[in-house]
Design a protein around this ligand. Structure first.
Ligand code: SF4
Length: 230
């Protein structure tokens, strides 16, 4: 009997194969028996190898978060991005992406990655070179038309929601713009992963966040701890 989960898994496997075949297979050098589980958004394997051996057999990371810019249109209370750092030119960014080829997943992040001047060029460049491409965004710059444009270029989108409107606005601001962006992502049919940064002020908010994003068919809701970058 084919369940909804079976169908999702089959679709994920099909998506994996399509993406791998869409790029040069020789670039996928990392543990081809690792399967990316799209609904759960993590890697899994049926390999009998113990995890330590599996890790030792890798010649590079599976996944990397790549900051396109440190600039951002938000002012979250926990932001650790230092202001005033200039973004790099497109050619430099492309050269950096080239060095990462062979990893299975690239997560384009920031600052706010969509605020980077050459965001679309880098996204298309990454789509041609990686099996899994993820956008980590505050969602405020996503319009109906940009969501349509994003659909073939990303596997899923990460967005942070830190509470109901009042809580979120105290922590991150622009709640309505974020929810509008989430709605555009959902109507474009892009898988969505929602993150909540765990703070003293929002520790009871997870059910509000779940209620807000449930109609948007998000695939994953996760808590993240705040930690300083180093
Ligand atoms: S959205 Fe991210 S980069 Fe922008 S202010 Fe908030 S934490 Fe910092």
């Amino acid at each position: 009997m084919s369940t909804g989960i079976n169908r999702l898994e089959n679709q994920s496997a099909k998506n994996d194969t399509q993406h791998i075949s869409a790029i040069d297979r020789s670039l996928v050098v990392l543990l081809p028996d690792l399967h990316f589980d799209h609904p759960a958004q993590h890697f899994s394997t049926q390999s009998p190898m113990p995890p330590t051996e599996l890790i030792a057999s890798m010649n590079r990371p599976l996944s990397l978060t790549f900051q396109l810019t440190r600039g951002c249109n938000f002012k979250c209370v926990y932001c650790s991005e230092p202001p005033g750092i200039r973004s790099r030119p497109l050619a430099v960014m492309k050269a950096m992406v080239d060095k990462m080829v062979g990893m299975r997943r690239i997560i384009l992040s920031g600052g706010e990655p969509m605020a980077y001047k050459h965001f679309w060029e880098i996204l298309e460049y990454a789509r041609d070179r990686f099996e899994i491409v993820v956008l980590s965004t505050n969602a405020s710059l996503i319009t109906r038309s940009s969501a349509e444009r994003l659909r073939p270029l990303v596997d899923y989108i990460d967005v942070t929601v830190d509470g109901a409107r009042k809580q979120h606005d105290l922590i991150r601001g622009q709640y309505d713009a974020v929810v509008r962006g989430l709605a555009h992502i959902a109507s474009a049919g892009i898988p969505l992963s929602v993150i909540c940064v765990y703070l003293q002020g929002n520790r009871n908010a997870i059910h509000y966040i779940a209620q807000t994003v449930m109609p948007l068919e998000q695939r994953r809701l996760r808590y993240s701890l705040q930690f300083p970058k180093a």
